[in-house]
Design a protein. Structure first.
Length: 173
């Protein structure tokens, strides 16, 4: 049986990239206190333009969060993310893709509990996650997670952030 190669985009892109990162969480996994900020900006300047239709565009993406122990073994973690595109990319390869539960996504992939990997996509998104954790042992937790997201061509247009919101609740052990 022969497998056909799937090519999504044959272009190579040249971009400028800048970021700021702050992490005062006390632990990498299951933080109990601290703040987190990860902000980045990409400016796509040029392309080998395989499809002969490239136009410059840029993308900004950021994550802000904090963790606070409310009492002995109970911690609240809030994470907010947003991403948006300035200009019109000619390929949907640069859309933001939400779904899945992995925390080590690259490029424009963002976790969203309750949806399959890359189930939702568009040019911009805004997402909030509320995580209530109870520590059972040294490295065992019960987590109740609620996450909400909105995807549109421009989620900030008319500042109607609560229209067409996607959400799921999750219990992790």
């Amino acid at each position: 049986m022969m497998c056909r190669e799937t090519i999504i985009d044959r272009s190579n892109y040249f971009n400028a990239f800048g970021y700021i990162k702050l992490d005062t969480y006390d632990k990498k996994y299951f933080a109990t206190k601290g703040y987190f900020a990860d902000l980045n900006f990409k400016w796509y300047i040029a392309s080998t333009d395989y499809n002969d239709n490239f136009t410059m565009f840029s993308q900004a993406k950021g994550t802000l969060g904090f963790a606070k122990t409310i009492f002995d073994r109970f911690t609240f973690l809030n994470t907010n993310e947003a991403g948006f595109t300035f200009g019109q990319p000619t390929s949907n390869v640069f859309d933001f893709y939400l779904g899945g539960y992995n925390q080590n996504y690259i490029n424009t992939f963002v976790s969203l509990y309750g949806y399959e990997l890359a189930d939702l996509s568009n040019n911009s998104f805004i997402k909030s996650q509320f995580d209530f954790r109870y520590r059972v042992g040294d490295s065992h937790y019960f987590s109740f997670i609620a996450n909400y997201a909105r995807l549109e061509d421009n989620v900030f247009k008319d500042l109607d952030l609560f229209e067409n919101v996607k959400s799921r609740l999750c219990l992790r052990l």
